[in-house]
Design a protein around this ligand. Structure first.
Ligand code: ADP
Ligand code: ASP
Ligand code: MG
Length: 430
């Protein structure tokens, strides 16, 4: 008998027919004698709809809809109350369908398990899971159908884990349960060299290391939420990303003889390595520029301190060379969803920071090349910059890690940049 955590994303539970398909698969795993926890997302599109209602109720309109006076600074606790409900619906429905098939099943909301989080509503982090009760139920033969994306904060209110957070619910549960595997069922059959919806020449990787997957996810490949990869790496949870539609072992699917999905695993379990394993892109970042900030010690702390206090993550940072030795321009990126908050925070700290003007922009994209092979290969950055220059793509900011190079560019060139780098590093249709 194995202890399994199976996670089904939004498209896998998009309607009752698909929920029945998922249930048939879960039944097979359960009939085979495995103890199963199933983590579900909300039906595809549901979370967006709920967020739309929150914004409408608050009177906020995004820029592309003609903007309103009302900023996006609504009460995140109420956002969480509304937006977590999508998963409550699918967990109940899947439990019901399983019961209708004669499978013993029970739904579990985040607060019932409980999945404990911190108080950073809207993007809370899991701080612990008490698995005793749920594990006893599973070992007693009951399928535990868990609502993903949610937990309970110390203030006793529901907290959500940030977009894509059901992946993290699943991996965290697998770690806490000591599960043998965590299967992430989604609408692609694994992790690709880049988003297969953007580049048709992208190909599926049989395996990818935790570190590379972490960079891919944090640089925008939304196939797994970043935090879920961090957790899998920390707890050594083997994660298998696979399709809920065409996996050979799904009911109604023939075995194609090929490997299933992509295993996210330690680097030393991967035989062949390219220098670059994948290209990621993110369009959901925004650029903040502070004009004429005093060029003296302590200013960076005065800018980034309040942002961090407000739970706003800053990604790339560029400080221009000071022309007069007294002031400089400071540019950095944040998640677009944090832009209004970031501008608000910086406006209230204007006197302490001391700057001339403040600007925010969302027409940017970040494109990254990722690969553990970069550790032992020089020249990857140079190759990347000249390939982009040849296509006339201007680089606004650069950031690097040991296994990643990211560039910030005009959003209009995102697709061209991704295709160019995918070919440059020999990833096309390999
Ligand atoms: P789910 O609803 O199952 O959680 P998501 O939409 O969150 O699914 O994630 C799956 C999507 O991630 C795919 O449809 C694909 O467009 C996108 N994606 C981005 N980068 C990659 C990549 N490198 N490999 C696979 N999918 C990717
Ligand atoms: N339903 C949530 C979202 O759309 C969580 C998830 O699907 O992982 O972000
Ligand atoms: Mg997802």
């Amino acid at each position: 008998m194995s202890l399994l955590v199976l996670k089904f994303g939004g498209t896998s539970v998009a309607d009752l027919d698909r929920i029945r398909r998922v249930a048939a698969h879960v039944k097979r795993e359960s009939d085979a004698g495995n103890a199963c926890a199933v983590v579900v997302s909300a039906m595809a599109g549901q979370t967006n709809k709920l967020i739309g209602w929150v914004e409408e109720a608050w009177g906020f309109k995004p820029e592309d809809e003609g903007a309103s006076d009302q900023s996006s600074l609504y009460d995140c606790r109420e956002y969480d109350a509304v937006v977590s409900s999508g998963e409550q619906v699918t967990s109940g429905l899947l439990a019901l369908v399983l019961q209708s098939m004669g499978v013993s099943a029970r739904s579990w909301q985040g607060w019932q398990i409980p999945v404990r989080t911190d108080e950073a509503h809207q993007k809370a982090r899991i701080t612990g899971i008490d698995v005793d009760e749920i594990k006893a139920a599973m070992l007693g033969g009951e399928v535990a159908v868990c609502a993903g994306f949610q937990g309970i904060a110390p203030n006793n209110r529901i907290a959500t884990l940030g977009r894509g957070g059901s992946d993290t619910s699943a991996v965290a549960l697998a770690a806490a349960l000591g599960a043998d595997r965590c299967d992430i069922y989604t609408d692609v059959d694994g992790v690709y060299t880049t988003d297969p919806r953007m580049v048709s020449k992208a190909h599926r990787l049989d395996r990818i290391s935790y570190e590379e997957m972490l960079e891919m996810a944090s640089q925008g490949a939304k196939v797994l939420q970043t935090r879920s990869v961090e957790m899998a790496m920390q707890w050594g949870v083997p994660v298998l990303v696979r399709s809920s539609f065409d996996s050979p072992d799904m009911p109604g699917n023939a075995d194609t003889g090929e490997g299933i999905g992509t295993l996210v695993c330690p680097e030393d379990e991967i035989m062949e390595q390219n220098v670059v394993s994948g290209i990621a892109y993110a369009r959901d970042e925004a650029k903040v520029t502070l004009l004429k900030v005093a060029d003296k010690p302590g200013v960076a702390a005065r800018v980034f301190g309040p942002l961090s206090d407000a739970n706003i993550n800053v990604d790339m940072i560029v400080q221009n060379v000071s022309e007069d030795g007294r002031s400089t321009d400071l540019t950095f990126t944040v998640q677009s969803s944090d832009l209004d908050r970031a501008l608000e925070v910086l406006k209230s700290a204007k006197d302490e920071i001391d700057y001339l003007d403040l600007r925010g922009a969302t027409d940017i994209a970040k494109v990254s090349a990722i690969g553990v092979g970069m550790r032992s290969h020089a020249g990857v950055a140079a190759q990347m910059f000249s390939a982009l220059a040849e296509k006339g793509i201007n680089i606004e900011a650069i950031s690097t890690s040991e296994i990643k190079i990211s560039v910030l560019i005009d959003a209009a060139y995102a697709e061209l940049a991704v295709r160019t780098l995918h070919s440059l590093f020999g990833l096309d249709g390999a």
